[in-house]
Design a protein around this ligand. Sequence first.
Ligand code: GRF
Length: 224
Amino acid sequence: MSTKRPEALRVAVLASGRGSNLQAVIDAIEAGTVQAKIVSVISNKKDAPALERASRQGLSSLFVDPKPYAGRPDSREAYDRELLDVLRRHNVELVLLAGYMKIVTKVLVEAFANRMMNIHPSLLPSFPGLDVQKKAIEWGCKLAGCTVHFVTEGVDEGPIILQAAVPILDDDTSDTLAARILEQEHKIYPRAVQLFAEGRLRVEGRRVFIEAGKPDGQAVISPS
Ligand code: GRF
């Protein structure tokens, strides 16, 4: 059961690649399981399939070129200040990093403290960084998975919101494992967005608590 917001949560998605997580959120919004509106899809890559996907869906999509900032000592912060302007212009309430291959700086992290999420294809804090499915197999792990977390300055370090685990099979390659994990990513990312939209995520230090839904005044459903 959810707290009804007067208007849909305004979400921006930052993506550098194929955008399947973006698509999962779009689909969940269309299916009515997530009460949100994607007001902007932004990429640091001009030819990111995620941007194409966004335009196909009629969403506002924007390439923000990092090149003009290259070489400056504060290049990353300056880039993020440009992003912040865009996000503010769109009155964004929640930012989703979805395969966004650029490390975000203090500029965005502070402006969107506990309002910016990332999805990562490992069971954090194991295997932050890149090529993590391969690393999990090589380490000999029996379980892998994915994590949705709030974004802090440390890469893949923020408070964990949701995780899903999958088995690692003997004949897994990093591709087969990545595909199994991705299926779960597409479930838990929209779910985390909806929990946020319902105002049910409470952060205490490193821990994120999911509060029970509050009656919306119209009906009480039992069990909720
Ligand atoms: C996903 O595996 C996500 O966990 C990671 O980057 C990948 C992005 O995939 N951060 P997509 O662009 O959403 O398809």
